[in-house]
Design a protein around this ligand. Structure first.
Ligand code: TYC
Length: 102
């Protein structure tokens, strides 16, 4: 004790406080209007995918309704979603990008 009765001890237990950040999946949703080439470009530009991987992901989304672009911490995932949505809107495509807790 800093002050007061030195015979009274305060029991404390510390534990390592480092918490792993929660991770979020960023997903693209399929629609009938966004051109396939535009989706491939989005995956290359915002998710650093190769042309080949971007094409595979795009086709997965096209065939299954949604697909994963990457896994990020909250702030990074949020930024990716905003960038993709702004870019799609700017080009007048209805492409939807969402994030979900892993
Ligand atoms: N279904 C679209 C088409 O046939 C292509 C597409 C793929 C759209 C993936 C969105 O997230 C998407 N042109």
């Amino acid at each position: 004790p800093e002050d007061g009765d030195p015979s009274i001890g305060i029991a404390t237990k510390t534990r390592p406080k480092t918490k792993r950040p929660s991770l979020y999946r960023v997903l693209l949703l399929n629609d009938d209007y966004t051109p396939m080439e535009f989706v491939v470009h989005v995956l290359e530009r915002f998710f650093n995918k190769s042309r080949e991987e971007a094409t595979q992901i795009m086709l997965h989304v096209h065939q299954h309704g949604m697909g994963e672009c990457g896994v990020f911490t909250y702030e990074v995932a949020e930024t990716k979603v905003t960038q993709v949505m702004d870019f799609a809107r700017k080009h007048q495509h209805p492409l939807q990008c969402v994030m979900e807790r892993k």
